[in-house]
Design a protein around this ligand. Structure first.
Ligand code: HEM
Length: 496
């Protein structure tokens, strides 16, 4: 039927739907695996009915390209989900809002003013300070451990460093850093944000079915909506305080220019735009930007570092090769810097291979069409959700030899050229934070492999690589590892 004469007028194939739920009952978590199984049966372009919404699921590089290049504008919108709207100022954030002038404004602000390569370079000292603080804490733990090797809760450490780095680039909460013996170095503001997300995320998960089955919304199931509203107002009170603090700091210290640039937070950049165009760059827009940066940047970065370290623990030969590259290129008399990271080719390949195997947003973010079109020769009407299974595309055996194997060498000499990798999405809704993400990932992983030797806990052969459930591809089991400062780096580490 897919290649039938009239397929232009036929919807893509798909399973039989039941009333009310459509195909929701067929979807098991994690969804990317469930959707890959359906693709094996119905093909690389198939349709689903998710409660009251029609969706098309694309699982091949060819059709992802078709949707996000040829039909880029048609699929440039986002669906509105009532639960999500409660958290995203009525669905008006850059990642959630519909395609149109408002999105164009927010996108320009994020891509040009907040996340441009120049701004990302200016943020590096703040990111590096957070990474150094993490290394100091891990060293302290190792020094106190019997035999000099500490058991490190890597998930927690990597989450904290990712959130803290982002907090410093968004708001500069640690302008007067006072290093103490605390086991965590998150600022009170970072901790507060984490607490608000810890409340919100499970509620969001619980309320998710509403988005597809409107009938359930009539009953504000278990008062979830009220709880979400309360958690959102706590979160927004924090953002307001961050904005007020930065505004006061700017009044005291003047504008954001010249040499100040390096130490400038995203909120300060937005406040200086506000000065010239107060109506456009309102406090509400600034709050929405703060939320977008944290929501899009924290779990994705933290999760990718956790998968990268898991893969390195299971492939000690890759870890050794990366350490050898580091020693040859950076040496052992100083810490790796943000500028070194781009020159470390093997480290970069490790990051690409990690993002291929474990793209942090495996189904990307749903797109929505605003006009009728055809995909793979099938008719897709306006208003259809587009779900791209990046995870399945990255492991397609037709494109990738031995696709499940972790082999950074596959990116050597441009041999992976032409193969589609879309951990950051594609087209006009592509992730504007990719430069910041890759630089942070490189610095975190690079520093951890330069400073420490790593081993599995209890001498286990392998780290368990089971996937958990969640939008950002979490590991099922939080990663822990044994870590020992590298002999050759002891001098540098002692001076940190
Ligand atoms: C490893 C880290 C990251 C990964 C894998 C990732 C991946 C993605 C993906 C797949 C999308 C959806 C693209 C699409 O719909 O086509 C996205 C959107 C977005 N990301 Fe990222 N991201 C990461 C880090 C970041 C960071 C650090 C920031 C900013 C601080 C950020 C900001 C955004 C924003 C604002 C959007 C929405 C774009 C729009 O709808 O126009 N991301 N990201």
């Amino acid at each position: 039927r897919r290649n039938g004469k009239n397929s232009k007028h036929q919807p893509p194939p798909g399973p039989l739907a039941v009333p009310v739920l459509g195909h929701l009952h067929l979807l098991e978590k994690p969804f990317h695996h469930s959707l890959a199984r359906l693709a094996a049966r119905y093909g690389p372009v198939f349709s689903l009915r998710l409660g009251s919404r029609d969706a098309v699921v694309v699982s091949s590089a060819e059709h992802a390209r078709e949707c996000l290049t040829e039909h880029d504008v048609t699929f440039a919108s986002r669906p509105h989900f009532p639960t999500m709207s409660l958290m995203t100022y009525g669905g008006t954030t850059v990642g959630n809002c519909r395609y149109g002038p408002w999105w164009r404004l927010l996108r320009r602000v994020s891509a040009e003013h907040l996340l441009s390569p120049r701004r990302v370079s200016a943020m590096q000292p703040a990111v590096a300070a957070e990474v150094r603080a993490m290394v100091r804490r891990v060293c302290r733990a190792a020094a106190a451990a019997p035999g000099g090797a500490a058991r490190v809760q890597l998930r927690r450490r990597l989450f904290e460093v990712s959130l803290s780095a982002l907090m410093e680039t968004v708001a500069r909460t640690k302008t007067s850093r006072a290093e103490d013996d605390a086991d965590t170095d998150m600022s009170p503001e970072a901790r507060e944000f984490k607490e608000s997300m810890d409340v919100l995320m499970p509620l969001l998960g619980a309320a998710n079915t509403w988005d597809y089955v409107p009938m359930l919304r009539w009953f504000d199931v278990f008062g979830v909506k009220r709880k979400i509203a309360a958690a959102v107002s706590t979160r927004d009170a924090l953002f307001r305080r961050l904005i007020d603090t930065e505004r006061r700091r700017m009044l005291d210290g003047g504008d954001v220019t010249g040499s100040e640039e390096e130490n400038t937070s995203m909120i300060a950049v937005l406040l200086s735009l506000q000065k010239s165009e107060p109506e456009t760059y309102s406090d509400n827009l600034i709050m929405s930007m703060c939320y977008s940066m944290f929501a899009a940047g924290t779990e994705t970065t933290a999760g990718t570092t956790e998968w990268a370290m898991s893969l390195l623990l299971n492939h000690p030969n890759v870890l050794k090769k990366a350490q050898a590259e580091m020693d040859a290129s950076v040496g052992t008399s100083r810490l790796v810097t943000p500028d070194d990271v781009a020159r470390l080719g093997y480290l970069q390949r490790i990051l690409h291979e990690t993002l291929r195997l474990y793209p942090a947003v495996p189904l990307m973010v749903p797109h929505e069409s605003t006009a009728d079109c055809t995909v793979g020769g099938h008719y897709v009407p306006s208003g259809t959700l587009l779900i791209v299974n990046a995870y399945a595309i990255h492991r397609d055996p037709v494109a990738w030899e031995d696709p499940a194997a972790f082999r950074p060498e596959r990116f050597e000499d441009g041999s992976a050229e032409g193969r589609l990798l879309l951990p950051f999405g594609m087209g006009r809704r592509r992730c504007p934070g990719d430069t910041l993400a890759l630089r942070t990932l490189g610095l975190v992983i690079g520093t951890l492999i330069q400073c420490f030797d790593w081993d599995t806990v209890g001498g286990a052969d392998n780290v368990d690589m089971a996937e958990g459930v969640g939008i950002t591809l979490p590991r099922a089991v939080p990663l822990e590892a044994m870590c020992r400062p590298r002999q050759a780096m002891l001098d540098v580490l002692q001076k940190l």
